[in-house]
Design a protein around this ligand. Structure first.
Ligand code: PLP
Length: 363
């Protein structure tokens, strides 16, 4: 039957693919003939383990994760990774570099500071985070514990288009808001983490992709639940994992595969983002993009209008027209359209049409 779906541009949690929701609905009370919901299965049962391992396998396949890398499903959100990363990898007597590209980098930095010595390897704060630094602006010594970046800045709408080669310095990335939006050379990273609730599934699951040699240097004098090596050894089943979320994540990955894998998703994402950026660029400054063009995000499109009043009117009419989540983050204001993987092309076309129409009526 036809369902009425919102034009969901929420920044997170955000849209999920309709076929995934419908399949979950179908399987909700009787998963694969078990007479139980996935949520009701023992996490030690063979049926659940199949779900768990299939999600890991699919993520490795789709993201072309190199042999030997570990995939973990943890809890506590990306925010707990802000602490776990330095607790495990910020070695005594050493420091770690943080590239400051937005509010989430600042949060990661502040948490790491509670654990040990950290420094800013670059920052575009002075420019209100409207761009990603050039590689030659990155300033760090070769003997630091790691370099941390935020691959996509959800609030400011900027994204790294390429990643630096950091050689022997482990590169660690918060990819919460752009994981799986395009192919990435995972080999460049020692650790990638991401809350699932934007591109991967519901909130409650945090994905960690970890290069195996990192385990040797991970601290061991930590509370058990905060040790990556414990979670690796137990295949993320040390304690009860968020089983329903992991099942949903697996279904989202199957959907990604059906879209032509991450390559197919990237193509669609570029098409979607272009619809909206083109409307901004063709508007004669009626809409103003926040990010510099070569730092623009494929996932979060940030823009302002010429006055607060006009912006308010835009947001209120957009809301009436069925668009959800277009308000900018409370810390920066303006407007933001989050075009994560599951947002359909048609929603972006509808937004583009709405933006053009609104401009016509208000200029
Ligand atoms: N990092 C980035 C880039 C984010 O966009 C977010 C949430 O929006 C977070 C971290 C925080 O994630 P969580 O809510 O899973 O802790």
């Amino acid at each position: 039957k036809q369902v009425q779906r919102a034009y969901n541009f929420n920044a997170g949690p955000s849209a999920l693919p309709l076929p995934v929701l419908q399949k979950a609905q179908e399987e909700l009370v009787d998963f694969r003939g078990s007479g139980m919901s996935v949520m009701e299965l023992s996490h030690r049962s063979a049926l659940y383990e199949e779900v768990h391992n299939e999600a890991i396998r699919l993520l490795k396949e789709l993201y072309k994760i190199p042999e030997g890398y570990h995939v973990l499903f943890l809890q506590g959100g990306a925010s707990l990774q802000f602490s776990m990363v330095p607790m495990n990898f910020l070695q005594a007597g050493k420091s770690a570099g943080y590239v400051m590209t937005g509010a989430w980098s600042e949060k990661a930095f502040a948490e790491a500071k509670l654990i040990g010595e950290v420094f800013e390897a670059a920052s575009t704060k002075q420019e209100n985070y409207k761009r990603i630094p050039q590689f030659d602006e990155l300033n760090y010594d070769k003997d630091i514990s790691y370099l941390h970046i935020t691959s996509n800045n959800t609030i400011f709408g900027t994204q790294w288009s390429q990643f630096p080669d950091t050689g022997d310095v482990p590169l660690i990335a918060d990819m919460s808001s752009d994981i799986l939006c395009k192919p990435v050379d995972v080999e460049k990273f020692a650790l990638i983490y991401a809350g699932a609730q934007k591109n991967l599934g519901p909130s409650g699951v945090t994905v960690v992709i970890l290069r195996p040699d990192m385990l040797e240097r991970a601290a061991k004098n930590l509370p058990t639940m905060l040790r990556y090596d414990i979670h690796v050894k137990n295949n993320s089943l040390y304690n009860t994992p968020p089983t329903f979320g992991i099942y949903m994540l697996g279904e989202v990955l199957k959907w990604v595969k059906d879209q032509g894998g991450v390559e197919g998703i990237e193509q669609r994402n570029r098409e979607k983002a272009a619809l909206i950026y083109d409307a901004i660029d063709a508007s004669n400054d009626f809409y103003r993009g926040h990010a510099e063009k070569d730092s623009r995000s494929l996932m979060n499109i940030t823009f302002t209008l010429q006055s607060d009043e006009l912006e308010k009117k835009f947001l209120s009419e957009a809301k009436k027209a069925g668009f959800v989540g277009l308000n900018g983050h409370r810390s920066v204001g303006g407007c933001r359209a989050s075009t994560y993987n599951a947002v359909p092309v048609e929603a972006c076309q509808a937004l583009r049409d709405f933006m053009i129409q609104f401009q016509k009526e208000n200029s």
